[in-house]
Design a protein around this ligand. Structure first.
Ligand code: GAF
Length: 387
């Protein structure tokens, strides 16, 4: 993205004298560990080099004026009074209102500001555009009106609170954590209970990581929260027999099997998926450390199978792409993110790459009547001020 162009757009929208600061927060991929974060387990995300850019300047009033220049689904302009306590009706503005209110709640004396939002991250693609938006604002408001020293763990928790309180999505902490803690060319192995994390350099020599966007958009909501409820039901059943269990992170496959009869079939299946997915993240760490790409690929396929059949968060388009990947000899593939569409991540041998992409594009278009989008993965830095 061209910073000068962003500044020029800001100035033409808000008036020539305005001179904005520019902040950036990235989207994320997740190699493995889906729906494990709110079960206090493990995840393996990374920030990507695409994200949300915010040009922002205090305006000396109590009013926040927003211009979301790429917005197509809803009106692109919105204003609110910081003291009104009125949740915006526009979905995109809710995130910014929430980030503003959480910053106020963190003891910062936030004043009115003008802000332009733009970016190069597709929304609804499972790449966490909403976490990128929220983290960009949390970081910017802390820098502009606070000390700028709020630690990134706190900002990640505030970002999660925005989803919970203002959007009603009972998400975990992975997306906000990854956006804020991204490091170029590194995956993050995060323990979502302790928030201890390790950076793992991405070393996939001879292979490429590529995302194929099904272009099936799905704003996470009821179905996501239902999955979380199933997991909580699983924990409640386990706790009766194993009182030390506080979350699915603490349970083994044998333990969930032993309480199968006290759960609905759906809650049992979903809880078991989470326990197995947690194990897959830990196996992924070993596979990466040993450079065992075949093992990593097998884990990705097993993860997709679990998402599709056990946790029920896949869709026909994602299943189709994973099947094509298998048939083309791709080492591993799975749907990525919260579910119900978005991107499939693929680990492909260099020499198979071109044929795989061509075949996937053709077969997908023949079957579903629209194109997939292809994004080679480039892992970048976390939230920062650019100017
Ligand atoms: C969404 C949520 F926001 C994350 O917290 C996580 O649960 C993810 O879905 C699934 O792994 O992105």
């Amino acid at each position: 993205m061209d910073i000068q162009k962003i500044k020029a757009s800001f100035q033409s929208h808000f008036g020539k004298d305005a001179y904005p600061y520019i902040f950036f927060s990235p989207g994320r991929i997740n190699l493995i560990g889906e729906h494990t974060d709110y079960n206090l387990g493990y995840v393996c995300p990374a920030a990507i080099d695409k994200g949300i850019y915010v040009a922002i300047s205090p305006n000396g009033t109590d009013t926040v004026n927003l211009f979301a220049m790429d917005q197509k689904d809803e009106p692109a302009v919105y204003s609110f009074d910081i003291r009104s306590g009125q949740l915006p009706a526009l979905r995109w503005a809710k995130y910014i209102y929430g980030a503003t209110m959480e910053t106020v709640g963190n003891g910062v004396n936030v004043k009115g500001y003008d802000a332009l939002i733009t970016g190069d991250l597709p929304d609804g693609a499972g790449l966490s555009s909403s976490a990128a938006l929220v983290c960009a604002f949390l970081f910017a408001l802390d820098s502009l009106f606070g000390t700028g020293n709020t630690d990134r763990f706190t900002l990640a928790r505030m970002g999660q609170a925005v989803e919970h309180k203002y959007l009603g999505l009972k998400c975990g902490i992975m997306d906000q954590f990854a956006s804020l803690h991204g490091k170029k060319d590194n995956l993050i192995l995060l323990d979502c209970r302790s928030l201890e994390y390790d950076y793992i350099p991405i070393n996939t020599k001879g292979f490429r990581l590529v995302m194929l966007n099904t272009c099936v958009k799905h704003a996470l909501g009821t179905e996501y929260n239902e999955r979380r409820q199933s997991c909580e039901n699983g924990v409640a059943a386990l706790k009766k027999v194993y009182p030390a269990i506080e979350s699915l992170r603490d349970a083994t496959v044998e333990q969930i099997d032993s309480v199968k009869d006290s759960l609905s079939e759906t809650d049992y299946r979903r809880s078991k998926y989470v326990i197995q997915e947690d194990n897959r993240v830990l196996e992924t760490r070993s596979a990466l450390n040993e450079g065992n790409m075949q093992q990593l690929g097998d884990i990705l396929y097993a993860g997709h199978d679990g998402e599709s059949k056990w946790f029920e968060i896949s869709c026909a388009e994602s299943d189709f792409l994973v099947q094509i990947a298998k048939e083309c000899g791709v080492t591993g593939a799975r749907q990525m993110g919260g579910g119900f569409g978005g991107c499939v991540i693929n680990l492909v041998k260099e020499e198979l790459y071109d044929n795989f992409i061509k075949t996937a594009q053709k077969l997908f278009a023949d079957r579903f009547g629209h194109q997939i989008l292809v994004y080679p993965i480039s892992v970048g830095q976390g939230t920062c001020r650019l100017a």
